[in-house]
Design a protein around this ligand. Structure first.
Ligand code: SAH
Ligand code: SF4
Ligand code: F3S
Length: 471
């Protein structure tokens, strides 16, 4: 795609901020206390990052935040379309908001994110969810203030889901949800078109933020005390392909690593097809890059990988893992797997189990295949009954539970430099922390603050997490 056309001129983002100020003028005249907004997010970290921008704009409009829909003057639901279940939850919860709208007709109900970018979902909202005032897709998010301004000054509903390759807008304010860990989008969109996946259709073409903008954001975050920074993209390994200045993701990692300060760098997601030896060497060399890699392989059978359009084989994947383990022996590996892709037989599924045995991932994100309208896989023959898919799924999770339990048990007795990131919700433990590889540790010991790196002796474990005490 034409890069220049993707970049939103600074003056246009400034116009949006003017809309925010105008809205703040309006809301300032409303009777009562500071107006509140409710923002709910479904889906992945990209969506979390987008919601932080929505909150940033809302704050600039003079809004505070609440977790109670009844008290909110603006409700924003940021939706996900990755699986059927994600959509059903959104429709269920949005349906229930009809009562809130009845009690508070002035409350603006807004839906954004990936789900609404699909024409069939937008149509359903338009026709059957008439209490929804505003619907806008990921490409229109940067224009949120302008849309709210219009809705506050005239009656009616608004739908803005342009079908476009997507844009890059710098300078949108953000209100972050955490004070230790932060998301930094480095690129948007996806060009891979895996045959089961809706993301390329709803998030547009791949486009990279300029390294200067990314580095400025990282420097600011480190200055504000953030200690764990995750670089985000659907496939970070294709970072930079569209930049004027030739650079790739390894170059970017090197430059982020050079930002002064004591912090960890993580990134997700990596696509195996272009996770290179150069990337692994860069990870090994850069001391701030966490020893962790999320490398989805989806399926262990080559025929299935091919129909999934993943563009790599099982052998290539395993070879990459071998190289990586050789360079970083304590690497923490996680992956995504789909069970029950159309036409996958139980025998082919067993190749996935073999990959688990061989790689021994620390944790997995496992999904049963869900057909997505408009994707090639949705029209493929899918003869396997649901019970058989479920049985395979259960075999997969049982195997991974055993491996996770064993891998966690191997930490017991060791000491790890962990990042304290919050208070524990379990009363037997004071704090939660993360190992460099991002495993969760519940910690006994009160004399630590979130944001500190502390040595923790691991004393116990289960399949989900580790337990330890501050040294
Ligand atoms: N860009 C990332 C994945 C983002 S989606 C990557 O390529 O690795 C997160 C995960 O959701 C995918 O890795 C896949 O395992 C799962 N997923 C995507 N589409 C799906 C579908 N139609 N049904 C079930 N799982 C799906
Ligand atoms: Fe979806 Fe594949 Fe893109 Fe990941 S790489 S977002 S699975 S199309
Ligand atoms: Fe869902 Fe969109 Fe992320 S479909 S998983 S929120 S990119």
């Amino acid at each position: 795609m034409e890069r220049a056309a993707a970049i939103i001129p600074a003056a246009q983002v400034e116009e949006q901020l003017e809309h925010c100020r105008a809205i703040a003028g309006l809301t300032g005249q409303w009777a009562g206390e500071k107006p509140l907004a409710f923002v709910d997010t479904y889906g992945c970290q990209q969506n979390e990052a987008d919601s932080e921008r929505v909150r940033g704009y809302l704050e600039a409009m003079g809004f505070g935040f609440t977790n109670d829909e009844e008290r909110a003057r603006i409700i924003v639901i940021n939706t996900c379309a990755i699986r059927e279940h994600a959509e059903q939850r959104v429709f269920g919860n949005v349906g229930a908001l009809v009562h809130v709208k009845r009690r508070h007709p002035d409350t603006l109900i807004c839906l954004c994110g990936c789900m609404v970018q699909q024409p069939h979902a937008a149509k359903k909202l338009r026709e059957s969810y008439r209490h929804v005032d505003l619907v806008f897709g990921p490409h229109a998010l940067w224009r949120f203030p302008e849309m709210i301004h219009t809705l506050l000054t005239r009656r009616g509903r608004m739908f803005l889901t342009p079908d476009e390759p997507g844009s890059i807008a710098e300078g949108i304010p953000v209100v972050r949800q955490d004070s230790v860990r932060a998301w930094v989008s480095i690129m948007y969109g996806c060009d891979n078109f895996c045959s089961y996946c809706v993301v390329p259709y709803v998030r547009g073409r791949e486009r990279s933020r300029r390294p200067e903008d990314i580095l400025a954001e990282v420097r600011q975050l480190v200055g504000e005390g953030y200690r764990d920074i995750t670089l985000l993209g659907q496939n970070v390994n294709s970072y930079g392909k569209d930049l004027d200045e030739p650079m790739d993701f390894s170059d970017l990692l090197e430059r982020v690593n050079a930002v002064p300060g004591d912090f960890l760098i993580r990134f997700m997601t990596s696509h195996p097809k272009d996770a290179t030896l150069r990337l692994f060497e860069t990870m090994a060399r850069c001391e701030k890059v966490a020893p962790a890699l999320h490398l989805p392989f989806q399926a262990g059978n080559d025929r299935i990988l091919k129909v999934m359009n993943r563009k790599h084989t099982r052998a290539e994947y395993l070879e990459k893992i071998r190289q990586l383990k050789e360079l970083i022996p304590d690497i923490v590996l996680t992956s995504d797997i789909i069970v029950g892709f159309p036409g996958e037989t139980t025998e082919e599924f067993e190749d996935t189990l073999k990959v688990l045995e061989e790689v021994r991932f620390d944790a997995l994100f496992t999904f049963i295949y869900s057909p997505r309208q408009g994707t090639p896989a949705a029209s493929m023959d899918d003869p396997m009954p649901r019970e058989e898919k479920l049985a395979n799924f259960n075999r997969l999770t049982a195997l991974q539970d055993r491996i996770s339990e064993e891998k966690h048990a191997a930490y017991v007795g060791r000491t790890a430099r962990c990042l304290i990131d919050g208070a524990s919700d379990d009363e037997r433990y004071d704090l939660t922390a993360r190992t460099p590889g991002n495993r969760l540790v519940r910690v006994v010991g009160a004399d630590a603050r979130p944001g500190q790196f502390r040595d923790v002796r691991i004393t116990d474990s289960n399949k989900w997490s580790l337990f330890g005490e501050l040294i």
